[in-house]
Design a protein around this ligand. Structure first.
Ligand code: ZN
Length: 222
């Protein structure tokens, strides 16, 4: 049985708690990569999720394209949210897990990529241990060695928010895409989003993933 590591980005939306409760009911653990500005609006819900065993990761303060920022602003996006998350974990009575994901997977412009990785390293961010990810492209891009987290399977339900010039136009296209993952032998780091425009699809996608016979796990984070 293949393992699925479920990661959900851009949280918390107004529907965050509903989603947390659905995952709890289905016994599915998950990592929520959260925006600092949104955590400030919904602290109570985040503390609730932490106490229920979900992991809260750093996804910047307000979701910019890092390659369009100065190094100082990039650093500020990471550090400001780091403080917010440390603080919220403290309120939940636990220690922050210190994992980070860049918005849009944009690791910054070429000049700052290495410096930014060092910023993450200095703040004790780390790469979780995702077991059984065997994709060659993942290893070739050293995505298992960086201090930020990438993914292997983008559900692309975010395309349903509008015309994003993708092959995904209808919910059926999303389902077809999920079915394609069947052909792989690798475990998957699944990327979904906590956007209120696609909340109605969220639950259906989870049900579809359950049908794929994945074993849902959290990675080891040391
Ligand atoms: Zn995002």
């Amino acid at each position: 049985m293949r393992i699925a590591y479920l990661t959900i980005d851009d949280s918390p939306s107004k529907d965050f708690k509903k989603k947390v409760d659905y995952l709890l009911k289905k016994n599915i653990p998950a990592i929520f990569f959260c925006r600092g500005d949104l955590i400030e609006k919904r602290e109570k819900e985040i503390i609730y999720a932490i106490k229920k065993g979900f992991i809260i990761g750093n996804h910047s303060y307000n979701h910019p394209h890092f390659s369009q920022l100065s190094f100082e602003d990039e650093t500020e996006q990471i550090k400001k949210t780091d403080k917010i998350i440390n603080n919220i974990y403290k309120k939940a009575g636990l220690k922050s897990k210190k994992i980070f994901r860049f918005p849009y997977g944009d690791k910054g412009n070429n000049k700052t990529i290495k410096k930014l990785q060092q910023v993450l390293k200095n703040l004790i961010y780390r790469q979780p241990e995702w077991h059984g990810i065997t994709y060659k492209w993942f290893k070739d891009r050293k995505l298992d060695k960086n201090y930020d987290c990438y993914w292997t399977c983008d559900i692309k339900e975010w395309c349903l928010k509008g015309n994003y010039n993708e092959d995904i136009k209808t919910f059926n296209d999303v389902l077809k895409r999920i079915n394609k993952t069947r052909n792989s032998n690798s475990n998957e780091i699944i990327l979904m989003h906590d956007h209120e425009q696609t909340t109605k699809y969220f639950f259906k996608i989870i049900d579809e993933l359950i049908k794929k016979d994945f074993k849902f796990c959290l990675p080891d984070i040391k």
